[in-house]
Design a protein around this ligand. Structure first.
Ligand code: AMP
Ligand code: GLY
Length: 435
C-alpha cells in the first residue's frame, strides 16, 4: 500500500514511524512532513491545509490510504473531498469534525445526550456576553467557539480578566471568525486525562489514555502551550478499568451514537479531554484526531499494526481489528525553542540526532533539513520529543531524559518534571490567568 501522512508535527512523525513498521505499507509519503518523517517517508512539499494540492498528490501518486494528523485539514473538509474522489482517508468529515471545530456544537450535543460536561452558555452578541459575565461569579472560562490553535481558552480568575478575554475575542477578533461566538463555561477543578478511541462510524475500539503537560514550566507554571510532555498510561487514580468502562459507556459511546443518529457518523481517532472533578468525570473538550504530544507516547506502546487499524477505520469496518498495547510505560519530553510559546528564533543547527540509545526514540516536530548547510535545523516552537519506553515509569522517564540530554541546539528548553510525581494543578494567580 502507498500511504500519505498529512501534517508536519511530532504526532505525524510518530504516525509515519509506526506505519513504516507495517508489512502492508510499501511506500510512505508525508506532506509537508519534517526532518523526522524524511527518515521513514518521502516528504512532499504540499501544505497540510492545501486540500486541492493534497488531492492532486494522492491521485498522481496513486495513494491507497491518506492519514490526516491535524485538525485544520479536517476542518477544511479534506475527508469529504477525498470521499467524493473515491479515495480512502483516515479522519472525520467536516460535519463530524464539528465535535472539535465548534465548541458550541459539541456542548449542545453533550447536553442533549446526557454526557457529563461543564455547564456553559453560548453567545453571539458581545453585549449579552458581557452582561452574563458581570452577573456570574468568577472564576469563569471563556472559550472561542472555533479553532484557535490551542489559544482560544481563557481561564479567568476575575471578572476583569473574563471581560478582557471577551473583548479580545468578540470585539478585537484576535482569532477572527472563531471568536464571533463564545462559550462562557463553569470553571472546573481537578486532574486531567486524555482518552483516545478509534471509531469506524459506529464501533468504538478499546480505549487508551495518556497525561499531557500543558504549562511551559516545572510545577505547572508559566503560560499554556500545545503540550510539552506526556506519559502513558496515566496513574491508577486517573485511569483504571472502572474509569475506562465509565468513559466508554457514558461519554464516548453516547457521542458516537449521537453523531451517527444526527447524520454525521464519526470515523477516525476521537480524543476526549476529561477532568476528574469533585462531582465525577467531566468532558473539557473533544478533538477529532490524536493528541500531540500524546500520540508520541501512545504509538510506541501499540503492538497492533497501525495500518490495519487505520484501514479498518477508513473503510468503516473495525470488526476483527483488535488493539494490543505494550503494558510498559512510555514517557516523552518536548524539547522547545527558548521563548516558546511566546516568540522564539529558528534555524539553529541540532546536534545529537543520530545517537542510538536502547528503548529511546526521538520524534521530530519543528525541524527541517537546511539545504545550504545540509544540517537539520530548528524550525518551530516544539522542536523534538525524546521518548523512553521501559518496564517502570521511573526507568521510562530516565530513558527519555537521557535521550534529551545528548541533543543540543541553541536556547533549547525543556521541563525537568515530566512524569516525576503526581500531577498537581498549579494555583492560578492574577495575570497568569490566561492559560
Ligand atoms: P482546551 O483548549 O479546550 O484544551 O483547554 C485548554 C485547557 O484549559 C484545558 O486543558 C484545561 O486545563 C483548561 N480548561 C478548559 N476548560 C476548563 C474548565 N471548564 N474549567 C477549568 N479549566 C478548563
Ligand atoms: N495535547 C493537546 C492536543 O493535542 O490538543
Amino acid at each position: 500500500m502507498r500511504v500519505l501522512v498529512i501534517g508536519g508535527g511530532g504526532r505525524e512523525h510518530a504516525i509515519a514511524w509506526k506505519l513504516s513498521q507495517s508489512p502492508r505499507v510499501t511506500e510512505l509519503l508525508a506532506a509537508p512532513g519534517n526532518a523526522g518523517t524524511a527518515q521513514v517517508a518521502e516528504n512532499v512539499a504540499v501544505g497540510a491545509e492545501d486540500v486541492d494540492g493534497l488531492l492532486r498528490l494522492a491521485q498522481d501518486r496513486a495513494v491507497d490510504l491518506t492519514v490526516v494528523g491535524l485538525e485544520a485539514a479536517l476542518a477544511a473538509g479534506i475527508a469529504d473531498r477525498f470521499a467524493e474522489a473515491g479515495l480512502l482517508l483516515f479522519g472525520p468529515t467536516q460535519s463530524a469534525a464539528r465535535i472539535e471545530t465548534s465548541k458550541a456544537f459539541a456542548k449542545d450535543l453533550m447536553l442533549r445526550h446526557g454526557v457529563p460536561t461543564a455547564a456553559a452558555a453560548v453567545f453571539d452578541d458581545y453585549d449579552d456576553a458581557r452582561r452574563y459575565v458581570e452577573g456570574s461569579p468568577a472564576p469563569v472560562v471563556i472559550k472561542a467557539d472555533g479553532l484557535a490553535a490551542g489559544k482560544g481558552v481563557v481561564v479567568a480568575r476575575t471578572k476583569k480578566d473574563a471581560l478582557d478575554a471577551l473583548r479580545l475575542q468578540m470585539v478585537e477578533r484576535t482569532f477572527g471568525a472563531s471568536g464571533d461566538r463564545v462559550l462562557i463555561e463553569e470553571y472546573l477543578e481537578g486532574e486531567e486525562v486524555s482518552v483516545f478511541a478509534f471509531v469506524d462510524g459506529r464501533r468504538v475500539s478499546p480505549l487508551v489514555a495518556a497525561c499531557d503537560y500543558k504549562r511551559q514550566g516545572d510545577g505547572d507554571t508559566g503560560p499554556n502551550t500545545g503540550g510539552v510532555g506526556a506519559y502513558s498510561p496515566p496513574p491508577p487514580h486517573l485511569w483504571n478499568d472502572d474509569i475506562c468502562r465509565e468513559v466508554r459507556s457514558r461519554i464516548i459511546e453516547p457521542v458516537v451514537r449521537a453523531l451517527s443518529e444526527e447524520g454525521a457518523p464519526y470515523t477516525g481517532a476521537l480524543y476526549a479531554g476529561l477532568m476528574h472533578t469533585g462531582q465525577g468525570l467531566k468532558v473539557i473538550e473533544f478533538n477529532c484526531r490524536l493528541g500531540d504530544p500524546e500520540a508520541q507516547v501512545l504509538l510506541p506502546r501499540l503492538i497492533t499494526d497501525l495500518a490495519d487499524v487505520m484501514i479498518g477505520v477508513a473503510r468503516g469496518d473495525l470488526t476483527g481489528v483488535t488493539l494490543a498495547w505494550d503494558p510498559r510505560p512510555c514517557v516523552g519530553v518536548v524539547l522547545t525553542s527558548g521563548g516558546y510559546p511566546g516568540t522564539y528564533e529558528t534555524g539553529f543547527a541540532i546536534d545529537g540526532l543520530d545517537v542510538e540509545q536502547p528503548n529511546a526514540m526521538l520524534f521530530h516536530a519543528g525541524t527541517r533539513l537546511d539545504a545550504a548547510s545540509r544540517r537539520t535545523v530548528t524550525d518551530g516552537g516544539r522542536v523534538l520529543m525524546a521518548v523512553g519506553l521501559a518496564p517502570t515509569l521511573g526507568e521510562a522517564r530516565k530513558t527519555a531524559y537521557d535521550r534529551a540530554a545528548v541533543v543540543g541546539f541553541e536556547r533549547a528548553f525543556w521541563r525537568t518534571d515530566i512524569a516525576s510525581s503526581e500531577r498537581r494543578r498549579a494555583p492560578l494567580h492574577g495575570k497568569e490567568a490566561s492559560l
